[in-house]
Design a protein around this ligand. Structure first.
Ligand SMILES: NC(=O)c1ccc[n+]([C@@H]2O[C@H](COP(=O)([O-])OP(=O)(O)OC[C@H]3O[C@@H](n4cnc5c(N)ncnc54)[C@H](O)[C@@H]3O)[C@@H](O)[C@H]2O)c1
Length: 335
């Protein structure tokens, strides 16, 4: 098969590209970012990296005509963007998604759209199954722009489905692993890890009792491949994750223990990092029965196992014990 992965130069896309190449498929990546996370694939004749945007109609359409299946992962991701540049989040995640769907519809190519657990917002009734309510805060609170942008993307996907386009939606729950983000930036695991490797205090935002279900990339990718090529997936939404819940404090503790760090764990008020209007989500837990039943995938990697592999990979990177960013460290737990 020929596969297009928009945003394939990012963390999840790089692992998805590897998985399809291992199956013997041909992979095209379209990404505006650097190719750092996929350059180890350059020698493979079935791998192609196209450095361009999902807003470049000519390039995007040329790629869509070539492939059998489109994975749309390109997006602006990360709490620092939700609160720092909501315009960029909304335009890429809404207008860019519409562009991909429009051209995929024109050429009748199935689209797998990568959405997020954030769409459930702060619905207190966990675990969340795919058709559960979304409970979001005011539009004055920028942190909800990402959840909203992804939900609009889902609505667009279903609108195109009604017109005849096969679509599948995957909602990821805090996927992590090698190549996640650079140490010290991005998501909670890479921030804690950067701090632990330098024996600096791990800065937990809030009281550390908020929970997440951390999903190892290998498990998420297995489910993502199945969502694209398996039967009975068209028109479906799948939660992709594990139901094993960990508090952010437990995560910090594990990272300290597994790295053998001397770091202490300290707590910072979320308002001091994200501003007065930030709202965190206390618990985020998926119901993964549909993933088990339809995709036949179980996320079996334990947090200890996945963290060990992630830590091992980061420790092998040059300069892993140097500080990468001078700004206060945010522990982003979006996903
Ligand atoms: N990793 C997670 O835990 C998680 C959780 C929920 C949802 N998701 C979704 O999965 C997808 C992949 O996430 P990720 O963790 O790999 O993030 P990532 O930031 O590593 O990857 C996103 C990629 O999109 C690219 N991109 C941004 N704008 C683009 C444009 N205009 N044209 C082409 N490429 C563009 C970026 O350069 C980046 O490489 C995203 O859609 C994200 O919303 C991920």
């Amino acid at each position: 098969m020929k596969i297009l992965i928009t945003g394939g130069g990012g963390f999840v896309g790089s692992h998805l590209a590897e998985a399809f190449l291992e199956r013997g498929d041909e992979v095209f990546i379209l990404d505006i970012g650097p190719n750092t996370k996929v350059r180890h694939l350059n020698q493979n004749p079935d791998f192609h990296f196209i450095h361009s945007s999902i807003f470049d109609d000519a390039i995007l359409e040329g790629l869509i005509t070539k492939v059998d299946l489109v994975y749309h992962l390109a997006a602006v991701v990360g709490v620092e963007h939700y609160v720092g540049d909501p315009h960029q989040v909304l335009s890429v995640n809404v207008n860019g998604t519409q562009n991909v769907l429009k051209l995929a519809f024109k050429h009748q190519k199935k689209v797998v759209f990568s959405s997020t657990s954030e769409v459930y917002g702060r619905n207190p009734k966990v675990p969340w199954s795919e058709d559960d309510d979304r409970v979001l805060g005011s539009t004055r609170i920028d942190r909800w722009c990402y959840a909203t942008s992804k939900a609009v993307g889902e609505h667009f996907a279903f609108a195109y489905q009604r017109m005849g386009l096969p679509v599948t939606i995957v909602r990821y729950f805090n996927v992590y692993g090698p190549r996640l983000d650079a140490l010290d930036v991005g998501r909670v695991i890479t921030i804690f890890l950067g701090q632990a490797l330098r024996n600096e205090p791990l800065t937990v935002v809030g009281n550390g009792q908020q929970t997440r279900c951390f999903t190892f990339c290998k498990d998420a990718v297995e489910a993502t491949v199945a969502a694209g090529i398996g039967s009975g997936t068209d028109g479906q939404i799948f939660n992709i994750g594990t139901e094993v819940e960990s508090t952010i404090y437990e995560l910090a503790r594990k990272i300290v223990d597994l790295t053998g760090s001397q770091s202490e764990i300290c707590f910072v008020r979320e308002e001091s990092i994200y501003g007065e209007s930030y709202e965190d989500i206390p618990r985020r837990v998926p119901d993964v029965s549909r993933m088990h039943q339809v995709l036949n995938v179980h996320a079996r990697t334990s947090l200890d196992e996945g963290l060990r592999e992630t830590i091992h990979w980061f420790c092998k990177q040059p300069g892993s014990r140097q500080r990468h960013k001078q700004t206060p460290q945010l522990a982003s737990v979006a996903g």
